[in-house]
Design a binder for this molecule. Structure first.
Ligand code: NAP
Ligand code: F7E
Length: 347
């Protein structure tokens, strides 16, 4: 396979006897874990990557530099959610049987600062992909990365697949639009489209400006004497936090069914940001009160106070269950940051 600036060339690619998946957002937290899962299941995995000034794609670099994998069962293609002609060309070359659409601006707080590009990337890009899938000669199972943010200031608790949508941010509005479109395309054209309504899921690969990774990283740096304070916004908001590795399994399960449906993917437990902070400082045996300060720059104009999902449907229909506890998740994230600091990689 020819290599084009570190990306497998987009000449016609046929992977015999393998299921073929196309992933948008392959370089993100979920994309990287999903790629590992699908490679384990012997898929041919194709990912869309954007042109960046830095070729290093840290979450999938271990796979890209593996000669047994890259160019053999993993292929990357330059593309962008805004570039419909290129996405269409990638589709005709790859001929995927499963599409995992994970790409887009994923930070809720930032969506207040960059609402137009957020809505374009999340809303219009999903429409673009639905139209492309509709035109494919082969049937393509489409996973859409919906979000608990569609429920916003939720009408009920816990939320289910039937809870009314009341988004409270540009991000939530864009995801609600894309989720409804996915339903309309499923019902109107008989496409296999599944909305995974995912609650917050975290890991050591989480982006550094999401609250769990930020807390884990700063707590590790405080423990090693590299920082003196942890500046945060709203400590009282409550979220349903699970492990990213479990949530990508749920995505895959949704596309292995005979009929498409929407599923809430959640733990069913809620914790406050303050709980996460206290659990993180407990890992390093330090008192959180001494280090945590409020910085209004991290407050949002409005946001859901409390989100918690009911995983009942996915448990009963697909046999999915989250693994590990909240405390295990916090410990795993803080220990990963301590290891990074101790290895001299975050000085
Ligand atoms: P993430 O780490 O922020 O990854 C986002 C991915 O989208 C990255 O690969 C990014 O590429 C890519 N991307 C962004 N804009 C793009 C564009 N214009 N063209 C092509 N690629 C683009 O997000 P995540 O946590 O893995 O989440 C995956 C999806 O699930 C997102 O849609 C998110 O909104 C949704 N979701 C996440 C959660 C959660 O708790 N993690 C919960 C519910 C829903 P670069 O690497 O080049 O930036
Ligand atoms: O914030 C509060 C913040 O940015 C969680 C995305 O994956 O999950 C994620 O969205 C809470 C919020 O995640 C800081 O106000 C306090 O109440 O980690 P977050 P999120 O907004 O819940 C949903 C399901 C998605 O779909 C999204 O893609 O923490 N908070 N202080 C803070 N948040 C951040 N980021 N930084 C702070 O300093």
């Amino acid at each position: 396979m020819a290599s084009l600036n570190g990306v497998a060339g987009v000449s016609r690619i046929v992977a015999d006897n393998k299921k073929t998946a196309l992933i948008t957002g392959i370089t993100g937290q979920d994309g990287s874990y999903l790629t590992e899962l699908l490679l384990e299941k012997e898929y041919a995995v194709h990912g869309v990557v954007r042109r960046t000034s830095n070729l290093l794609r840290s979450r999938i670099e271990h796979l890209r530099s593996d000669e047994k994998v890259y160019g053999k069962s993993l292929f990357l293609h330059y593309g962008d959610l805004s570039d419909g002609t290129t996405l269409r060309r990638i589709f005709s070359e790859v001929q995927p049987t499963e599409l995992y659409h994970l790409a887009g601006q994923s930070h809720v707080g930032l969506s207040f600062e960059i609402p137009e590009s957020t809505c374009e990337e999340i809303g219009m890009a999903t429409l673009r992909l639905l139209e492309i899938v509709r035109d494919q000669p082969q049937s393509v199972k489409f996973y859409h990365a919906s979000s608990s943010e569609i429920f916003g200031n939720a009408a009920e608790s816990p939320q289910t697949e039937l809870t009314p949508l009341r988004p409270a941010s540009p991000y939530g509005c864009a995801k609600a639009f894309a989720t409804q479109l996915a339903r309309v395309y499923r019902e109107s054209y008989g496409l296999f489209v599944a909305n995974g309504i995912l609650y917050n899921h975290e890991s050591p690969r989480r982006g550094e400006n999401f609250v769990t990774r930020k807390i884990a990283r700063v707590v590790a740096r405080i423990a090693r004497g590299l920082e003196e304070e942890l500046l945060l916004g709203n400590l009282e908001s409550r979220r349903d936090w699970g492990r990213a590795q479990d949530y990508v399994t749920a995505m895959w399960l949704m596309l292995q069914q005979d009929k498409p449906a929407d599923y809430v993917v959640a733990t069913g437990e809620t914790h406050s940001v303050r709980d996460f902070v206290e659990a993180a400082f407990a890992v390093v045996n330090l008192p959180s009160k001494k280090y945590v300060k409020h910085n209004p720059a991290f407050d949002r104009p409005t946001e859901p106070a409390r989100l918690v999902g009911s995983p009942e449907k996915i448990r009963v229909e697909l046999g999915w269950r989250p693994q590990g506890s909240f405390t295990d998740l916090v410990r795993e994230m803080v220990e990963a940051e301590l290891a990074t600091v101790d290895a001299g990689k975050d000085t």
